[in-house]
Write a protein that binds this ligand. Structure first.
Ligand SMILES: [Zn+2]
Length: 199
C-alpha cells in the first residue's frame, strides 16, 4: 500500500508552508514543484513501513547442510535519522552460520531496505536486521555490523566530517563462541570499509 493522493497533497502543502516560513519564494521557478517532488521522495524514503519481509523473502529459503559462515559485506545503506530527518548512510555487513537453511543472497540487501527506508536510529536498525534474520533462518549465529556517516553530525551539531558510527548486533555463536567470533572478525578483515568506499 502506498501513500494516498490525499496524504501526498497534505505533505506537499506542509512543505510549501515550511519553505515559505524559511523565507523563500515558493513561486519561483526552481522551487515551484519542489514540495511535490519532496513529498514523492519522502514516500520512497519511508516506503519500508509498507513492506513485508516474509513477502520479500518468498520462497528464497533453501535446505543446505553446510554450516560454514556466510558473509555479505559492504551492502550500501541509506536511512533517515529520526531525530533530525537527515540522512545517515554507509555500509552494512551481514554474516550468519546456517542451521539447515540458507537464504537467497539478494534477499539480504532487500531486508535491509525494509528497515532502512524508515525514520531510524542506527542502533535499532542494526538489531531489527539481526532479529529478522534470526527469525527467518534460525541460524547458529547471526551478526550485523553497520558503519555509517550521519549528516546531522556532519552538517550541523558537532560538525565532524570524518567520524563514523559503528554498531553491531551479534547473536548465537557469534556472541557466545569465541572461535566463531574470531573467524568472523578475521573474515571481515578489519572494518573501516566506509572510509575506503565510494560514497
Ligand atoms: Zn540525527
Amino acid at each position: 500500500m502506498d501513500t494516498s493522493q490525499e496524504t501526498r497533497s497534505q505533505i506537499t502543502k506542509n512543505i510549501r508552508n515550511t519553505i515559505q516560513l524559511l523565507g523563500e519564494d515558493v513561486e519561483r521557478e526552481g522551487l515551484v514543484d519542489t514540495p511535490k517532488r519532496y513529498a514523492k521522495a519522502m514516500e520512497f524514503l519511508t516506503s519500508g513501513y509498507h513492506k513485508n519481509v516474509d513477502q520479500i523473502v518468498g520462497r528464497a529459503l533453501f535446505k543446505e547442510e553446510s554450516s560454514e559462515i556466510v558473509i555479505v559485506r559492504d551492502i550500501e545503506l541509506f536511512s533517515l535519522c529520526e531525530h533530525h530527518l537527515l540522512p545517515f548512510y554507509g555500509k552494512a555487513h551481514v554474516a550468519y552460520i546456517p542451521n539447515g537453511k540458507i537464504i537467497g543472497l539478494s534477499k539480504i540487501p532487500r531486508i535491509i531496505d525494509v528497515y532502512s527506508r524508515r525514520f531510524q536510529v542506527q542502533e535499532r536498525l542494526t538489531t531489527q536486521i539481526s532479529s529478522e534474520l534470526e527469525r527467518i533462518l534460525k541460524p547458529l549465529g547471526v551478526a550485523v555490523i553497520i558503519e555509517a556517516f550521519h549528516l546531522c553530525m556532519m552538517m550541523r551539531g558537532v560538525e565532524k566530517q570524518s567520524s563514523y558510527t559503528i554498531t553491531s548486533s551479534m547473536l548465537g555463536a557469534f556472541r557466545d563462541d569465541p572461535t566463531s567470533r574470531k573467524e568472523l572478525l578475521d573474515l571481515l578483515g578489519g572494518l573501516g570499509g566506509s572510509r575506503r568506499g565510494n560514497f
